[in-house]
Design a protein around this ligand. Sequence first.
Ligand code: DAH
Length: 491
Amino acid sequence: MMWIAPAAAVASCRLSCTSLRIISRGSPTPWPWLFSVRCVRRVSSIPGTTPKEVTIEKDKVYKTDEWMNTPSTILSAIPRRLHLQQDHPIAITRQLIESRFPNYKCHNTLFPVVTVEQNFDSLGFPADHIGRSRTDTYYLNKDTVLRTHTSAHQADTFRANESAGYLISADVYRRDAIDRSHYPIFHQMEGAMTWDRDSLDASTSLKQAVWADVAKIPAHSIDVEDASPTSHPERNPLQECHSAEEVEAIAAHLKRSLEDVVVAIFNAASRAAVAAGETPASPDEPLKVRWVEAYFPFTSPSWELEVFWQDDWLEVLGCGIVKQDIMSHAGVPNRLGWAFGLGLERIAMLLYSIPDIRLFWSTDARFLSQFSSAAPIRRFVPFSKYPTCFKDVSFWLRSSSSAAGGLSRNALSPVDFHENDVMEIARDVCGDLVEDVRLVDEFVHPKTGRKSLCYRTNYRSLERTLTNDETNQLHERFRQQLVEKLGVELR
Ligand code: DAH
């Protein structure tokens, strides 16, 4: 099957492009579902009572079913749309990138509830892809999800065929870990550019038309490492319907356009660093970027762009040549081109030096007043660092034998245990007062075979000092909910 990445490609695609994380070779990917295939589990990720229907933004009503796993805290954040809030760092970052694509049509108000068809099927995700799992994705019902990426709108935007180039910025939703660079709602920008074979004049080939467009992209002088061939028959194949020369030209247009974005972002970030009195990047060490092979179900060949930033390679975006099937199903079989996707939080955190992703959701004037679209980008000045307080919770997972022993019917067996459910409970109980939740210990009892896990929760408010009582109460509720919802046994 085309979309299952060859082992070598999987190994080289460490990360997808949506969270701020420094790439360390061999570390587990934070978004493994883009690359790996596992069985979709149909069990409820967290048992509980489900409303019969949910209403979003007053008039959009969705019937729920046993797939529903979206907590009200997530639903109530939908109207926030940080990417549209005037002078919000996410909105400013969006505008900065949009300014590098002057003739592209911008779609910034697409609704976040989409069908499984839009989010997965239209993009060629296999039926058993882990991304479809209820542990990873918020469902309203079996056919309806909160989009997990802006690519969910690719097919429809190609079908509407309103412009050769487009950008889509939007809020996206994923059940995920809790730490300073992950939040269940974040923002992505999708971009695409296509050419129409049918609208070329008789004397111009598609590749000539594309190369003519490449020449219009502003030149830059950064150091770009691009060691792999544009395509590779096993690792990063050309699609049958594309010639190597066409893909060479489209890949050049894609790479040059995105290098231009990166130059704009990192120049702004360096100016902000200098203005803040930080050591400017040495002129002997100019901005370095590199292209690496990647795998996405909806592009081939595919790449990621990494930037050398603060002593490490940082993945900035994913992209590739759009699968021709997507174009054909969208009724535009004669168009071909490229697409990319990037995480706006990741870029905003780096532009402004914002240390914690939760800050974007703050309505505290001490945060919001620091940003203005009318002024140059400046480093964020933390208004205060409130103390953190960590607490551990250790528990035994339910084993199949104890499940047979008649514990609560709602409880899940160990096979069903998923870390994202622990994260969801922590968010539900503690909201933005939890900074991160990490597995710090795990072991299997040598005699009983039962598995024990210990999670460390860091409590910290970004806006005030938490009292001891408050953290104790939060932690106690967290422990109790773990028992009630996951059927674990506290130790
Ligand atoms: N949708 C991908 C993600 O969520 C990002 C992405 C990668 C978008 C490659 C694209 C693309 O359009 O071509 O991480």
